[in-house]
Design a protein around this ligand. Sequence first.
Ligand SMILES: C[S@@+](CC[C@H](N)C(=O)[O-])C[C@H]1O[C@@H](n2cnc3c(N)ncnc32)[C@H](O)[C@@H]1O
Length: 261
Amino acid sequence: MTVYRQPLYYEIAFSFIDAKRQVDCFEEIISKFSEIKVRRVLDIACGPSLQLREMARRGYETIGLDINSEMLEYLRAKAKEEGLKIETVQADMTNFKLRKKVDYAFIMMGSFNFKSNEALLSHLNSTAASLNKGGLYFIQNFGVNWKIDWTKPKKQSWETEKNGIRVKATYETHVKDVVNQIITEKITLNVNDHGKKQTFTHEEDLKLVFPQELKLLIKLNNKFEFLGWWAGNTDWWHLNQPLEKTEESKLDTNMILLRRK
Ligand SMILES: C[S@@+](CC[C@H](N)C(=O)[O-])C[C@H]1O[C@@H](n2cnc3c(N)ncnc32)[C@H](O)[C@@H]1O
């Protein structure tokens, strides 16, 4: 997982997001759907979490959970530099327990991906055990391969630059096993850090979950209400645009909203 051991380069590669706008949208969604007041929030698979840094600035108690110590060290260092208080928990999102429950949980940038349906169910159990009743679980960009042609390979690249560090990121998937719905995901970062060129990659097999399969798994888990799924752009999600009414090319940028029963 070398890409995820490079928090600075990861953050630069994904610095096209606008965390302020995302958190404005969270607050709008919370005011519409949460049955509880939100004080304490959890970012699952948080990475460098620009979102938690924005939420800590707005006065929320913030917790970042990630499996990689490098990401969490970076997040703590950033919090210190910015004068913010952010707790970190190093754990696997398919099996974790928090010391104190939160009122709102979120997972961004397509991180809601698992090796099996059992792992997804286990993740829902852990998240449910960490979230107060009536609290929301916000999932961004689930199911990157929810397409009619889901077996077709995918590839996209983009470039970003910050403080003289240039990062070209490439995201690719291809199908490994049709019957078991297994895809291989590959992320590559080509970095030019003031003339020093390096390449980092992350490759992982993941079990694809189709939309109706996801709904059934949520039902089977029985700890969350499914409130809906909507289209959006990177930073904002449109409550007037359910996925059923979204054209296929725009299904990738979605949000799914669950509420703890
Ligand atoms: C696509 S990045 C998302 C980071 C950040 N949330 C964002 O929006 O940019 C995925 C993150 O998940 C973490 N991760 C991968 N597998 C994990 C697991 N099983 N449990 C917890 N974190 C995991 C990686 O270390 C990485 O920071």
